[in-house]
Design a protein around this ligand. Structure first.
Ligand code: COS
Length: 383
């Protein structure tokens, strides 16, 4: 399936080719098996790391590929096309270290960003708690300053790559009574005593790892505080502004994959004497899929380009995430419809895509939280 490259540079087209080749040769052949068994394909991540497909965002001065947000979105669409479960784990370092890229000092950047470029390691972003999902400021995890240390207590859930992470960016209350103004961000190394206490068995994206992690009087040096104390909420929000286009890109890849399977099937399947693609009922579904893939990509690239230009993208990131994730759910559901009864059978690939798509409307801010952000930004635009 050809992709519109008109606004991409030659270098970006080359990145896309390389990422697509990787998705086709390394990810697709194992994707359905990993989904069935819930396998975390470590060897694929190691290969992706060697090729610079992981940590694309880490600047060259810290040993990373130093790519822009648009470059990252191009990679992420292809990874999502390959398998969004694998893509989620593969791109998770981007979310985990965004608070460091945005808010850390030079020494911290060298240490933690550098670490990911020296070996194929994982990092995780630990914001969500059992009773604080959309309502970030309701978190209960605490970090108490004791001398030159912070002591952390609490639990974080739905942590992507939680079982495999070498370190975590953890958000915790440093002032319990100050609402969103009492949250701080820390780097917590796994070997400081992070307890991995639950592995989730998920509906979709089963190749990605999702865990609950707990801190019991866990001590970290005070120098692991990222940015200023009690300024962590805005750091979390700025992080999500920067990573939501990545989810949108992945969703675009999922939609594209589902559309391609639907096109292929609708050309082969004959009913009432003609391939079902000849029936308007089906061809219009394919047309809607094509529009959704196209607009998902445009919205994603627009948000990524704004970020590359150093412009705040809160509204555009939420537009992209909301539209592309909802579209992925619709397109994959319609792809199952095109396959008819076969679409409901695990043997047919669209079944996995429909399950995978659901989480795109949930993680990194639900479809409803994106609408809340869009409504606020539209009704009360920032000056
Ligand atoms: N960038 C920078 N600052 C931001 C911001 C952003 N994108 N969004 C909000 N802020 C600031 C506000 O300007 C406000 O600043 P002041 O304290 O100076 O007034 C402060 O942060 C609080 O903002 P707000 O009142 O909007 O906070 P809410 O508690 O209403 O929360 C939502 C806002 C719901 C949007 C936020 O909690 C959210 O994004 N929730 C979803 C979390 C999520 O995506 N979880 C998934 C985890 S990763 S899998």
């Amino acid at each position: 399936m050809s992709v519109d490259h008109t606004a991409l540079t030659d270098e970006q087209k080359a990145i896309r080719e390389m990422a697509h080749d990787f998705a086709e040769k390394e990810i697709r052949p194992i994707a359905w098996e990993c989904d069935r068994d819930g396998t975390f394909p470590t060897q694929v991540f190691e290969k992706a790391w060697e090729l610079g497909l992981m940590n694309s965002h880490v600047p060259a001065e810290y040993g990373g590929p130093g790519m822009g947000n648009l470059d990252g979105a191009i990679i992420e669409e292809e990874m999502g096309w390959g398998c969004s479960g694998i893509a989620t784990s593969l791109s998770c370092n981007g979310l985990a270290v965004a608070p460091i890229t945005i808010g850390a000092n030079e020494e911290q950047k060298k240490k933690w960003l550098g670490r990911l470029t020296e070996a194929p390691l994982f990092a995780s972003f630990a914001l969500t708690e059992p009773n604080a999902g959309s309502d970030v400021s309701g978190m209960k995890t605490t970090a108490t300053r004791v001398g030159d240390k912070y002591v952390i207590n609490g639990s974080k859930c739905f942590i992507t790559n939680g079982e495999y992470a070498d370190f975590y960016t953890v958000f915790a209350k440093t002032d319990k009574d100050a609402g969103h103004r009492g949250i701080s961000c820390f780097v917590v190394p796994r070997d400081a005593g992070v307890i991995i206490d639950k592995h989730e068995d998920k509906m979709g994206q089963r190749a990605s790892n999702t865990a609950t992690i707990t801190f019991n009087d866990l001590e970290i040096p005070a120098e692991n505080l990222i940015g200023e104390e009690n300024k962590g909420f805005k750091l979390a929000m700025a992080t999500l502004d920067s990573t939501r286009p990545g989810v949108a890109a992945m969703a675009t890849g999922v939609s594209r994959a589902a559309m391609e399977f639907a096109i292929e099937y609708s050309r082969e399947r004959v009913q009432f004497g003609v391939p079902i693609a000849m029936h308007q009922a089906i061809s219009f579904m394919i047309a809607d899929m094509a529009t959704k893939v196209h607009l998902s990509r445009l919205a994603t690239h627009h948000a990524a380009r704004l970020m590359d230009a150093g412009i705040r993208s809160t509204l555009e990131s939420s537009h992209a995430k909301r539209y592309a994730a909802d579209s992925a759910m619709e397109v994959t559901t319609d792809a199952v419809q095109v396959f008819g009864g076969y679409g409901f059978i695990k043997e047919y690939k669209v079944e996995k895509l429909m399950r995978d798509a659901k989480i795109l409307q949930l993680y990194e801010g639900t479809a409803q939280i994106q609408r809340l952000v869009i409504a606020r930004e539209t009704l009360l635009p920032r000056q």
